[in-house]
Design a protein around this ligand. Structure first.
Ligand SMILES: N[C@@H]1[C@@H](O)[C@H](O)[C@@H](COP(=O)(O)O)O[C@@H]1O
Length: 258
């Protein structure tokens, strides 16, 4: 894994955006794996503001709440529309349908989408409990797209987007961990002290289903974009012995990140 330490959300956005631009420039039909949450919002803002040409680009989203209609303001469909899809026109967009009558069939359909459009670059946030997508602690590393019951800590962390605690959905449909691991490259975004414990486990803890993000240590091409606050519980040794650490200027002068 490589780590890029940034000083602000603006720097994170610039670095993430530049990497996306590079992928879009060098591939004929790039597939971007999209995440929701606050972490990627700065990247999406730059994509909108720069009117990035994404007419050749396919997107597949990580997850969606169950029983929240696509046009409801709290759905991830709506989030993506507001952030990106209403502003720039992609070739194709895919999100799981949390309103599907038959959710098991919907999971299979989504896996077929992923087979047809293998992800070139997956954007990931990280939950405070180490979840990726909505793969909560305990999810099997071999999981494919599936329905998951959200933990109370995740519901609490996502409470800020809803009017009342009881409005926060209890279930979601999410790409599985094995589905995520198939992406060719992964960019994980983790900022602030709230993520410090998850980031420490990700970098230093055992690779365990108890902390789903730890599996990323087995992926050949992961860049973590993070800040000092999120790294505050990590030891210097783990940062410098096991990972390559970049500064923003390194990344921007070598945006391909080979
Ligand atoms: N399903 C999403 C995740 O994909 C996201 O990574 C996480 C962190 O969100 P944030 O970036 O707001 O911290 O929130 C939700 O649980």
């Amino acid at each position: 894994m490589k780590i890029l330490i940034v000083n602000s959300n603006e720097e994170l956005a610039k670095a993430g955006y530049n990497w996306i631009v590079e992928i879009l420039r060098t591939q004929s039909t790039p597939v971007l794996g999209m995440a929701t949450g606050s972490s990627p919002m700065g990247i999406y803002k730059l994509m909108r503001e720069n009117h990035l040409d994404v007419s050749h680009t396919v997107t597949v989203n990580l997850d969606e709440y169950i029983n929240v209609p696509a046009n409801h303001e709290n759905s991830y469909h709506c989030f993506m529309k507001k952030q990106l899809f209403d502003h720039i026109s992609f070739k194709k967009i895919f999100l799981p349908n949390g309103m599907a009558e038959n959710l098991q069939e919907e999971c299979l359909r989504y896996e077929q989408v992923l087979d047809e459009y293998p992800v070139d670059l997956q954007i990931l946030g990280i939950g405070e409990n180490g979840h990726i997508g909505f793969n909560e602690p305990g999810t099997s590393f071999s999981s494919r797209t599936h329905v998951i019951q959200l933990t109370e800590s995740t519901r609490h962390a996502n409470r800020r987007f809803f009017n009342h605690e009881h409005d926060v959905p209890t279930h979601a449909i999410t790409m599985g961990i094995a589905s995520i691991m198939k992406a060719k490259r992964i960019m994980l975004l983790a900022m602030g002290t709230a993520k410090a414990s998850a980031v420490r486990q990700l970098l230093e803890g055992p690779i365990t289903e108890k902390c789903p993000a730890t599996i990323l240590r087995e992926h050949p091409d992961v860049l973590i974009i993070t800040d000092q606050q999120a790294l505050s519980l990590c030891s210097e040794e783990s940062l410098y012995e096991h990972q390559q650490v970049f500064s923003i200027s390194n990344l921007l002068s070598n945006s391909r990140m080979g």
